[in-house]
Design a protein around this ligand. Structure first.
Ligand code: ARG
Length: 593
């Protein structure tokens, strides 16, 4: 495990020690180092520090400069403007740093682990039993999966929880109907995977509609269905067994969709609402005994000063209804107790639609009052915005219905497949290869479009833009990766190798410094649960690579062997970084496209 000190960190250290030598009271202060267009880095922190110490900023900057050790890493440092520092890195230091990353045999490109990893429970990919998955479930799954990968890469202990909607009064109706029509969930074909998933969903859908119709039309059925709810809640074995059938059937469908999404969801991590049934009564008891919740019109409620309805009356969180039933809030509060006290988490993340923000605000505040959450154990809703159609309105089918997630994914795959086929002008790919790449490009496009806007914003689902080869898309990055692989194949005998003694072209320096910043990007994206920082980094990486490749011939007979090797090394490190970064987003990088 060879973690590499990044260039920015070593510059930062050099500056910090020069700064505290020049101004002892500034010991430990941040020189605010940034990448800059004028030099490699600029430090902007001197101004504020000088102000605080009532010193002249330019003078202080000059003193700091005189104390910076130049040589191995810092080639040059100078004062600019009112007291900024411009820093230039030695070419040798850039290549050495990259060579260390390249040589990291753990495959982590020298990225260090977080200093104090903790345990994070992340609640994501939570569809509802007996219901179709729609475009809202896409975001939770895609964002959640990437945050899991980012956190795990930093060494965090991550526990995944898929809080599926598998409980509620609607099951009384469904179970009663199935009891009266026992073959409705039988599978006609013996297929596996996507087809079995589709069949499961269409069974469930048909059954749901039929049950609903009977429920609305037939008073006696309604009574029988209501009695079933009571049986279910009492855990009557036959009723429970039938409920389990719905859950199992739905899982066949869920797994087929997650599979299409190229996403690993593990069965033991699926702990739905029903998983907390045994805790609900105690949760209520604890809240009532501690006075956090009070009885109001028979219901057990928690009130908040700042949460009022349109009529000005307080809107409570209802933990237990007046008829004794428990709802969504009781389940979520019990899940918090489980995650904090049994799973020993110190961070809880909920990747859930922004439209549920009020619910989570109330649930988290309740848990804090109860002492289950505090400064050491925090909860955070990673709220996401709405997926919009091209018209900027919430995404709907032409008939005005919510879009089925599978249809949307299939369309993306079809479009991407057409792009792959069209690009393969020489007909080198077999039909099978075209299909495989089409899926990787199509699913990658959907994931990337979702991840590249910050989660809380809405975004337009625009397939034309998503599969475009130009611009900030995953296809662009996948092509950059595949192009590098083809360069490496064409290199023949020449092998990538670092030559720190070589002078670098400006585009090589820019690419090199950006490669060095991968570690920093991982740390930031993980700490802020912000995959869009990784997409932005990768897009810039591909752009810098393109400029480098435009300006610097890699495989030219005119180049000395060392130059060819060093450039191949830059190519290969770029490819590895692209591959790793894309993997953290859950996106594949095919070797050929
Ligand atoms: N099943 C819910 C839905 O489809 C999302 C569940 C979110 N997680 C939670 N702990 N409440 O909207």
């Amino acid at each position: 495990m060879a973690s590499v000190t990044s260039l920015s960190d070593s510059v930062q250290q050099h500056l910090a020690s020069a700064l505290s030598a020049a101004l002892p009271e500034a010991a430990g202060a941040d020189p605010l180092l940034r990448r800059s267009d004028r030099a490699d880095y600029q430090a902007n922190g001197i101004l504020a520090l000088a102000k605080k110490a009532k010193a002249n900023p330019r003078e202080l900057a000059t003193q700091v400069v005189s104390r910076v050790t130049t040589g191995e890493v810092i080639k040059d440092v100078e004062v600019s403007g009112p007291g900024f520092l411009n820093i230039t890195i030695a070419d040798t230091a850039i290549t050495r740093n990259l060579a260390e990353r390249y040589a990291d045999e753990s495959g982590r490109l020298g990225v260090p682990y977080a200093r104090q990893p903790g345990t994070t429970v992340i609640d994501y990919a939570q569809p509802n039993v007996a219901k179709e998955m729609h475009v809202g479930h896409l975001r939770s799954a895609v964002i959640g999966d990437s945050v899991v990968k980012l956190l795990e890469f930093t060494g965090e202990n991550v526990i995944r929880r898929h809080h599926i909607g598998d409980w509620g009064t609607q099951f009384g109706m469904l179970i009663q109907y199935l009891d009266e029509h026992p073959h409705e969930l039988d599978h006609k074909s013996a297929e596996d995977g996507a087809d079995a998933g589709e069949e499961a969903m269409s069974n469930l859908d048909r059954l749901y509609k039929a049950a609903r119709k009977k429920f609305d039309a037939d008073e006696e059925f309604k009574t029988r269905a209501r009695r079933r709810v009571v049986d279910l809640q009492a855990g009557e074995p036959k009723t429970l067994a039938m409920w389990q059938k719905f859950v199992d059937e739905s899982k066949i469908y869920f797994f087929s969709v997650f599979d299409k999404l190229d996403m690993e969801i593990r069965d033991p991590d699926i702990v739905g609402e029903s998983g907390y049934n045994d805790m609900l009564a105690e949760t209520c008891r604890l809240l009532e005994e501690s006075g956090v919740a009070v009885r109001s019109e028979g219901a057990l409620c928690v009130f908040f000063d700042d949460i009022k309805g349109p009529d000005g009356n307080p809107v409570p969180l209802i933990v237990q209804k007046s008829d004794g039933g428990y709802g969504y809030a009781a389940t979520d509060l019990s899940a918090i107790r489980d995650r904090v006290f049994n799973l020993k988490a110190n961070e809880l993340i909920y990747v859930v639609d922004a439209r549920q923000s009020l619910h989570f605000k109330m649930v988290f505040e309740t848990a804090r009052r109860a002492g289950w959450l505090n400064d050491d154990v925090k909860a955070y809703q990673l709220a996401f915005g709405t997926v919009l159609g091209k018209d900027g309105k919430p995404f709907k089918t032409r008939e005005g219905e919510t879009v089925r997630l599978v249809d949307l994914l299939d369309e993306a795959i079809d479009r991407a497949t057409a792009v792959v086929r069209e690009k393969d002008t020489l007909g080198r790919l077999s039909e099978e290869e075209i299909a495989e790449r089409g899926a990787q490009v199509g699913i990658g496009a959907v994931k990337y479009a979702d991840l590249s806007t910050s989660a809380n914003r809405d975004y337009k689902f625009d397939l034309d833009q998503m599969v475009s080869l130009n611009g900030d898309t995953s296809v662009y990055l996948q092509y950059a990766y595949a192009r590098i692989q083809s360069i490496l194949r064409k290199a023949g005998e020449a092998r990538p190798a670092a030559h720190p003694e070589l002078e670098l072209h400006a585009t090589e320096r820019a690419l090199g410094l950006h490669l060095d910043a991968f570690a920093e990007t991982v740390a930031e994206a993980a700490a802020e649960y912000a995959p869009h920082k990784m997409t932005a980094y990768l897009y810039q990486l591909a752009s810098l690579f393109t400029s480098f490749y435009d300006k610097c011939q890699v495989l030219s007979d005119d180049n000395p062997a060392e130059v060819v090797e060093n450039r191949l090394f830059l190519c290969d490190l770029t490819a590895r970084t692209l591959h790793q970064g894309m993997a953290l987003l859950g996106i594949r990088t095919p070797e050929r496209l």
